[in-house]
Design a protein around this ligand. Structure first.
Ligand code: AGP
Length: 607
């Protein structure tokens, strides 16, 4: 997820663009740049680093002009550096383009363009767009329309052309883009906060629309060139609220971004005869085929994602899969050697204990793959192969969209490992991966439970303890649900395998102990049910989340949330969202700092 902005009007464009980029920094902050059309043509300044560093550079070398675009980046293709920063140019220095989204067919387009003597300067997917545009004929709008007709994937773009100095052209498909205007100026941006200081009348572009900002005003057309309508709204948010798109907290915004985050993580990824393509590095078949054991190394929520993966991977892998907490793994003497496959899981890619576990693995000549959300982060540089989650920046300390994105990325990685070990064929891997395509829709459905979850929270938010129970693939989901609740509401909460109750925790059960029971119709359904009956017999308050709505589950529950049933690989995703919402609603009622809970940091880069 990146932030783009454009301005044309009577003011100097640079300060407008910089102030807008600062309001978009929550969308990405690993590099930034501007392109401004002045008397000497197009002036570009772009660099790795935060917007403040770009601002310092522009103080030394200001770009004068009243038309320009800007970008703040969250890298998805091409690590953060000066060359990969936007705006991008093509073969000439005439154009500047900024982009938010993922171009799925960028490799093929790049090959075709290079065969037509286009020379590329960056490793990004974005750069293909400006090379396509500069090949076209006609007006800037016509060039953009023709070029985007070649593109698969998602985009929100803004383009300037030094030979058409008074104009900015934008377009969107699958990534947000808004425009605004006053009497003599127009604005375009990824999101409202960037332009809210100048106008509250916001036009939300729809998918497959092209917008032209010119002296004559704003013109919106569709991809066939016909006139198009778009929604105009009067925004009464303050800029900070607008960064959360009206949500009260970044955590709630990010919970609601999960369909998009998981969709983006799955987008453009599939099994060809050559298997699943890694984003960086290479998972060598011979290394994986010889692996006699797998270690998944992670911390916190990422560790729970690894625990879920173990259950899913054991469906088709028959070698030991150990899921290890980084801080323990790094100091033990695990049986690591050149026949070990180690998988690091990390949202930030900077967690010290996970990194130490990977370094230990490297010293033992293990093969290392990683699932990471931040491009170019340290974990990726300690790995032979990387599969990125495309969850975008996760601002809330409590991990939500990164977790569900990790679940689908790990499912794909597990299938590739099984394919390399000859446990599944490419077509079996394709079929299994195809089940994941339902994930965004199922996640969206669970977000509609919010009112019922609020009711639940109102009943239980003053409790001092919670127990979360699950079996099989829902046991790590119970652990994650307990972590979400404890880390943002400060209520003591524990996740337990339901079968362990009689080995101790049942002593905790009384009428003051809410027990969250995760029950799915699988091979251990009856076992979980009888565990919950034990709780019922001791007057525990039982909150059942289940995909099996029967007289049994209704009779055993004090509160029941009915969830859709789906394939095992999707069940953790379905059950996680209501637990995230429960933790969030309880924390809001308890008045804690949801986005920055006490004592916690977003990335634990020290031991
Ligand atoms: C989860 O909500 C926490 N923020 C924390 O447990 C986090 O998952 C853990 O610190 C690991 O972080 P990472 O994914 O960036 O490595």
């Amino acid at each position: 997820m990146c932030g783009i902005i454009g301005y044309r009007g009577e003011r100097e464009a640079q300060p407008v663009i910089l102030s807008g980029l600062k309001k978009l920094e929550y969308r990405g902050y690993d590099s930034a740049g501007v392109a401004i059309i002045g008397d000497e043509g197009l002036g570009i300044e772009k660099m790795e680093g935060k917007i403040a560093q770009l601002e310092d550079a522009l103080v030394k070398s200001p770009k004068s002009g009243k038309v320009g675009i800007g970008h703040t980046r969250w890298a998805t293709h091409g690590e953060p550096n000066d060359v990969n920063a936007h705006p991008h140019q093509g073969c000439t220095d005439r154009y500047g383009l900024v982009h938010n989204g993922i171009i799925e067919n960028h490799r093929r387009l790049r090959k075709e363009l290079e065969s037509r003597d286009h020379e590329f300067s960056s490793d990004t997917d974005t750069e293909v767009l400006i090379h396509l545009i500069e090949e076209q004929e006609g007006s800037l709008e016509e060039k953009v329309r023709a070029a985007l007709g070649e593109v698969d994937g998602t985009f929100a773009i803004a383009v300037v052309d030094a030979d058409t100095p008074g104009k900015i052209v934008g377009a969107r498909r699958g990534s947000p883009l808004v425009v605004g205007s006053t009497d003599d100026e127009q604005f375009i941006a990824s999101d409202v906060p960037a332009i809210l200081d100048y106008t509250k009348e916001i036009i939300y572009l729809e998918d497959n629309q092209i917008v032209s900002l010119a002296g004559s005003g704003i013109e919106i057309t569709d991809f066939e060139g016909g006139e198009a309508e778009a929604t105009t709204r009067t925004i009464d948010w303050d800029p900070v609220a607008a960064q959360k798109e009206g949500y009260k907290h970044f955590m709630l915004k990010e919970i609601n971004e999960q369909p998009q985050a998981v969709g983006d993580t799955l987008r453009g990824r599939g099994f060809t005869d050559g298997g699943l393509k890694m984003d960086e590095g290479e998972l060598r078949e011979k290394d994986v085929a010889k692996a006699e054991k797998i270690f998944i190394v992670a911390c916190g929520t990422s560790y729970y994602a690894g625990r879920v993966a173990k259950y899913v991977w054991e469906e088709y892998l028959d070698i030991p899969i150990e899921v290890e907490i980084g801080s323990e793994f790094r100091y033990r003497n695990p049986p690591l050697d050149e026949n070990s496959l180690v998988v690091g899981v990390s949202q930030s890619g900077e967690t010290a204990d996970t990194l130490a576990g990977l370094e230990k693995s490297r010293e033992a000549d293990a093969t290392i793959a990683s699932v990471v959300n931040v491009l170019g982060s340290t974990v990726t540089r300690r790995s032979d192969a990387v599969l990125y989650t495309h969850a975008g920046p996760e601002i809330g300390v409590a991990s939500t969209k990164a977790f569900t994105s990790q679940l689908v990325a790990l499912s794909l990685l597990g299938l590739e490992i099984a394919r390399m070990k000859g446990k599944v064929t490419v077509s079996e891997a394709k079929k299994a991966a195809g089940k994941l395509s339902r994930a965004p829709g199922l996640l969206q459905e669970q977000l509609e439970n919010v009112d019922r979850i609020k009711e639940l929270a109102e009943v239980f938010y003053e409790k001092d303890d919670f127990l979360f129970l699950g079996r099989d693939v829902l046991y790590p989901v119970a652990l994650e649900g307990a972590l979400k609740l404890k880390e943002i509401s400060y209520i003591h909460a524990e996740g337990y395998p339901a079968g362990e109750l009689k080995h101790g925790p049942i002593a905790l059960i009384d009428e003051n102990m809410p027990v969250v029971a995760l029950i799915t119709k699988n091979s251990v359904y009856d076992k979980v049910y009888s565990n919950i009956e034990e709780v019922r017999a001791r007057k525990g308050k039982i909150i059942v989340f289940t995909d099996e709505l029967t007289e049994d589950t209704k009779s055993i529950a004090d509160e029941l949330i009915h969830l859709p049933r789906a394939d095992k690989v999707l069940t953790p995703l379905i059950f996680t969202v209501p637990l995230q919402l429960l933790a969030y609603q309880v924390a809001v009622l308890r008045g804690t700092d949801v986005d920055q809970p006490r004592n916690l940091a977003k990335s634990v880069t020290v031991e």
